[in-house]
Design a protein around this ligand. Structure first.
Ligand code: FE2
Length: 283
């Protein structure tokens, strides 16, 4: 395993190291799930195995590396590709002896991948079943490690809520430096153009993309990724909050770093299923 090494200066007295993983997309099913899900598992395993090295081999190596080097894992979602007994059970077993903290991804609540418009009602169909397999609250959670307040917020459907903003404000009152963990990166023009112009995707899959830049999206992606009022207020607060020192994200399946207009850096770690991992030294 060959992690990307990143140093994030946030004014700590002593350095703190962790392994940032994202988007492993475990794609497993067994007889407890229906035939449709088992067919989906086979298809998705083939898709995520395009590099010829299995998804399971990568995650096994990543977790072994974390253990050997005593690194807690900061995971930014899509650990599983879809909701299945086997996926959730495997995730729980793999992380049994691992210290981890997680921000949830859109695929954690995906029942059959791309079969429905993903909104709160869709998420709620599997929420309780998924949540019970993970240690931290998947909607909003905070955890202090070595003087850093890691705050994981669910923006897996490109939106934040009023309640998440209230909770984030309470976290800022604690006075510690905050590292925000999100699945979907926040919009920057740089990321938008990288995804649309260089990688040639039909939309940028970012949270908070301004209206004029959503024009080329089809109707589905426009409705999905257009930020609502609560989302824009949350982002405005992130820009203004001096405690927020860095953002960790995933969802893109490629490594990227992009600075927000407020000067805060976003570190996006690529797909774990391709072997991406980022070893971070906060200092
Ligand atoms: Fe993903």
């Amino acid at each position: 395993m060959n992690p990307t090494l990143t140093r994030i200066p946030i004014g700590l007295d002593a350095p703190f190291r962790a392994l940032h993983l994202s988007d492993n997309h475990l794609s497993l099913a067994d007889s407890r799930d229906d035939e449709r899900k088992n067919r989906l598992a086979q298809r998705r395993q083939r898709e995520f195995d395009s590099a010829g090295k299995g998804v399971m081999l990568h995650i096994t190596e990543q977790l072994a590396y974390a253990k050997e080097n005593r690194l807690p894992i900061l995971h930014t979602g899509d650990l599983i590709d879809f909701v299945s007994h086997k996926n959730l059970e495997t995730a729980e077993t793999l992380f049994k002896d691992i210290d981890y903290f997680m921000a949830v991804g859109n695929h954690e609540f995906s029942l059959y991948v791309g079969e429905a418009f993903e909104d709160e009602a869709y998420k709620m169909q599997s929420y309780d079943f998924v949540q019970k397999h993970f240690r931290n609250d998947l909607t909003f959670a905070s955890r202090e490690m070595s003087g850093i307040n890691f705050v994981a917020v669910d923006n897996s459907y490109y939106r934040f809520t009023v309640i998440q903003l209230e909770k984030l404000k309470k976290e800022a009152e604690k006075g510690l430096p905050i590292v925000l963990m999100l699945h979907c990166p926040l919009h920057t023009d740089e990321l938008y153009h990288l995804i649309m112009d260089d990688l040639h995707f039909p939309c940028a899959y970012l949270t908070g993309t301004p209206e004029p830049l959503l024009k080329p999206y089809d109707d589905y992606r426009y409705r999905q990724q257009k930020p609502d009022g609560a989302t824009l207020k949350f982002i405005e607060y992130v820009y203004a909050c001096p405690s927020i020192k860095a953002i960790l994200g995933g969802h893109m399946h490629e490594n990227a770093e992009s600075i927000l207009p407020s000067g805060v850096m976003q570190y996006i770690t690529g797909g774990g299923y391709k072997g991406y991992a980022r070893e971070i030294e906060f200092c």
